[in-house]
Ligand binder design. Structure first.
Ligand code: DX5
Ligand code: ZN
Length: 217
């Protein structure tokens, strides 16, 4: 199995959103590697979060790269705008895209890295045909829509399947996990082959965020 550095992407869905600038500074100081920006449209998932104007503004407050997780239907309609608003990596859901190839192309054309995501019950085989074309696969470890849920252990097998397949094809992709990640649950996901850990509640509820980031790594 490929050994990769563990990176942490802090989900600001779990922060004090009225003080987003200081919360992002806190993430920075704690040593997180990305700002994870969860976009929800109330259709693909049963929740509405934030979108383009917030990204545009938040982007001016930090040099950390923005890892944008689109939980929206027909992502092909909005990818270019999220790229222009400051996304560095754009992840869309395989279940939501009408045309996965087209989504990948729009990300690339707009200078973004590309991630493809699968919900807990979507099989690994859905992303296999695209492993050579994306930078990252995001394996949801909870049902998308809300922070603060419990990690679903049955997703570990899928992480392993994707890492094995990528290794077999000599593809150096990132595998990101998102949902219920803590200093405990991170152990198994890392063992299974994930190397980018999204964390919201665990980081923002920690007494010492820097220590929490270190424990995840
Ligand atoms: C859930 C989001 C996650 C969420 C993670 O749909 O995609 O990024 O913020 O939150 P925690 O770490 O609290 O599970
Ligand atoms: Zn997310």
């Amino acid at each position: 199995m490929t050994e990769k550095n563990i990176l942490v992407s802090a989900s600001i869905l779990g922060c004090d959103l009225a003080n987003i600038e200081s919360e992002i500074k806190r993430i920075e100081k704690a040593g997180a590697d990305f700002v994870h920006f969860d976009v929800m449209d109330g259709v693909f998932v049963d929740n509405i979060s934030f979108g383009l104007p917030v990204l545009k503004s938040a982007k001016t407050k930090t040099n950390l790269p923005f890892d944008v997780h689109l939980m929206i239907t027909e992502p092909e309609k909005y990818i270019a705008e999220f790229a222009k608003a400051g996304a560095d990596i754009i992840t869309f859901h395989s279940e939501a895209a009408k045309d996965i190839k087209k989504c990948i192309d729009i990300c690339r054309k707009n200078g973004c890295k590309v991630g493809i995501s699968v919900k807990p019950n979507t099989p690994a085989s859905e992303v296999f045909p695209f492993l050579g074309e994306v930078d990252m696969v995001l394996v949801m470890t909870v049902e998308p829509g809300f922070g603060g849920q419990g990690f679903l252990p049955f997703t570990l097998e899928k992480i392993e399947q994707i890492r094995k397949r990528a290794d077999k094809l000599s593809l150096d992709i990132d595998i990101q996990v998102d949902g219920g990640i803590t200093d405990e649950t991170c152990k198994d996901v890392k063992k299974s082959g994930a190397n980018i850990l999204v964390a919201g509640t665990y980081l923002f509820k920690a007494d010492n965020m820097k220590k929490a980031v270190e424990l995840l790594k």
